[in-house]
Design a binder for this molecule. Structure first.
Ligand code: NDP
Length: 241
């Protein structure tokens, strides 16, 4: 057992979510790891972990996973609303079904995730929400249209939540990474957009590792509760846009 508080992470099966779960677990936290790929969550093999197959579009499933983990390890002190997909595409040829999927997962999924823990944090007057936006939530790119829309949504909601929850001593940190080496590009179905993205990535010498992001979140979390890093914008040094 551990006496550090429980942390919860959506989209923990790969990439930034996985790296963050590993960082908090190595620091001694019990972790609730959620994603759709149960086999990959189980393969993480983290100690003091609760593994739940959760699609963030399913509000009840997130709430049930939080409730199960809290019964074992006490209240969630940090929720990382990380799960997301990037169906980047030339908007004139993008099938509308891709918008639906991105909007449902990246915006409504984030709200479902926050909803599962927010009232508990308010009652306890402590807690941290880490909201996954993107550099594409700070500026737009012409072949990221709807993806940018979803990440601007996360930025706006995070800023509003931060103002609202500050009176309850609950921290809201919005995270805006640039190019990080993960499996995110596997969700880009528009071949021309994918090729352009990869070419730009080569120009900047590749993305940076997800472990850097996980460690940074842990460091921000470890500040005293009355100190808040409101936003982290983290990019490869050579990413100029
Ligand atoms: P990955 O594709 O490696 O990870 C995405 C994670 O989200 C996976 O664990 C995936 O698991 C999960 N996920 C996707 N859809 C759902 C769903 N409906 N319900 C639950 N889990 C879901 O990419 P990243 O680690 O890069 O992406 C994590 C977040 O970081 C995303 O929100 C992305 O937009 C953001 N981001 C990434 C950047 C990058 O350059 N990599 C830059 C800026 C932001 P599963 O498929 O098993 O459900």
């Amino acid at each position: 057992m551990t006496n550090k508080p429980l942390v919860a992470i959506t989209g923990a099966s790969t990439g930034i979510g996985e790296a963050t779960a590993r960082a908090f677990s190595a620091a001694g936290h019990p972790v609730l790891v959620m994603a759709r790929s149960l086999d990959r969550l189980e393969a993480l093999g983290l100690p003091n972990s609760v593994v739940r197959q959760v699609d963030v579009r399913d509000r009840d499933a997130i709430a049930a996973a939080v409730s199960d983990a809290e019964a074992e390890y006490g209240p969630v002190d940090m929720m990382f609303a990380n799960a997301g997909i990037a169906r980047l595409a030339d908007i004139s040829r993008q099938p509308p079904e891709e918008w639906d999927e991105m909007i449902d997962i990246n915006t409504k999924g984030v709200m479902n995730t926050v909803h599962a823990v927010m009232s508990g944090m308010m009652e306890r007057r402590t807690g941290t929400l880490v909201m996954m936006s993107s550099i594409a939530g700070r500026k737009v790119y012409p072949d990221h249209t709807v993806y940018c829309g979803t990440k601007f949504f996360v930025h706006a909601v995070s800023e509003s939540l931060r103002e609202y929850l500050s009176a309850y001593d609950v921290r809201v940190l919005v995270l805006s990474p640039g190019v990080i080496e993960t499996e995110l590009l596997s969700g880009v179905l528009d071949q021309q957009t994918l090729e352009n993205y990869k070419a730009n990535k080569v120009k900047m010498g590749g993305g940076i590792g997800a472990d850097i992001v996980g460690d940074l979140i842990l460091n921000a979390y470890n500040l005293p509760q009355r100190a808040l890093v409101q936003e982290i914008c983290l990019t490869p040094t050579r990413q100029s846009y």
